[in-house]
Write a protein that binds this ligand. Structure first.
Ligand code: SF4
Length: 314
């Protein structure tokens, strides 16, 4: 299991978003606006970057960062200040404009983290509730893939696994072969106690055991899909937010824990989502107990403990 920690200064630059994902932790747009507006000023942004010069990686996110016209300016400042890795976490819709992509790259972006949640318009857009979001984001991935011939940067895909799309992970990984992707993060949706996740828990939250079964079968049938197109020896799919006990085979693909250091609104805590997690008494016997953060309390309240069996030998 990969447990590498990636220290990242996470900076909020987006007031708003042009998608409206069902599972978004910031479904209350007014609250997001009120929270983020306190932090979005050039002065504050520059101060944060000056304060955290020891951190190697910076990620611009929150809301949809590409809608902030000052984003290229902040990226250029981060580059000037010596951040070695500069990421933008985005739904990728604005990347439909190739010149905009080029501008961000020339300002200093080294990693585009792009969210795509389905292999078809229907699946992606039922989750994002953003008309044309599938077409725009996939066009964006095409543009970025082409620009990778000219510039050095990474494209990372963030795919939130829900009850709506988990049966189509294979189709999704096949679609990804059309682009030059550096890494794919499959993260099982987190059961936030708000917005769509609160209202539609059973429609959105898959059982971990079902997701694990789907991935295990896919790996058995077509392992190639889990390996990079650029380097056939490199596993480029990483599964996040699923407990290691869900499947023995899955363990090798499970997660990089991202460690957020204090950014302009997120404190340096182990899990920035602040969601309570639980372990059962049986977890004490588990080989992965030390590296496992436990199961979300809200998940247990809905689905119980039945599917979790401690791993006692590899
Ligand atoms: S510690 Fe508990 S929840 Fe975590 S992997 Fe082991 S059995 Fe599963």
């Amino acid at each position: 299991m990969k447990t590498e920690k990636i220290e990242t200064l996470h900076v909020s630059v987006g007031f708003t978003c042009n998608n409206s994902c069902f599972f978004c932790m910031e479904s209350n747009k007014k609250l997001r606006y009120d929270t983020v507006k306190k932090f979005i000023s050039s002065d504050h942004m520059y101060r944060e970057m000056d304060k955290h010069r020891n951190v190697k990686k910076i990620g611009f996110g929150r809301g949809e960062p590409t809608l902030n016209p000052d984003l290229p300016k902040y990226i250029a400042y981060a580059k000037k200040k010596g951040f070695l890795e500069i990421a933008v976490i985005s739904n990728g819709r604005q990347y439909k404009d190739k010149e905009f992509c080029r501008k961000l790259i020339e300002s200093g972006v080294t990693e585009f983290i792009v969210s795509l949640h389905g292999h078809t318009k229907e699946i992606h857009e039922v989750l994002t509730r953003g008309k044309d979001s599938f077409l725009e984001t996939t066009q964006g991935l095409k543009n970025l893939s082409e620009l990778r011939h000219q510039f050095k940067f990474r494209i990372v895909i963030s795919h939130v696994v829900t009850k709506v799309n988990y049966r189509f992970i294979g189709n999704f990984l096949k679609l990804m072969r059309n682009f030059t992707i550096s890494e794919i993060l499959l993260g099982v949706v987190r059961p936030y106690n708000c917005g769509g996740m609160k209202k539609f828990f059973f429609a959105l939250m898959p059982k971990y055991s079902e997701v694990a079964k789907e991935i295990d079968q896919l790996f058995e049938k077509n392992a190639k899909l889990f390996f990079s197109k650029e380097d056939a020896n490199k596993k480029y799919v990483i599964i996040n937010d699923i407990p290691a006990c869900s499947s023995k085979k899955l363990v090798e693909l499970i997660g990089i824990r991202r460690e957020w250091v204090s950014g302009n609104d997120i404190k340096g805590e182990e899990y920035a989502d602040g969601l309570p997690r639980l372990k059962s008494i049986k977890c004490q016997k588990c080989l992965y107990e030390k590296m496992c953060g436990g199961i979300f309390e809200s998940y247990i309240n809905h689905y119980g403990w039945d599917e979790f069996t401690p791993v006692v030998k590899k």
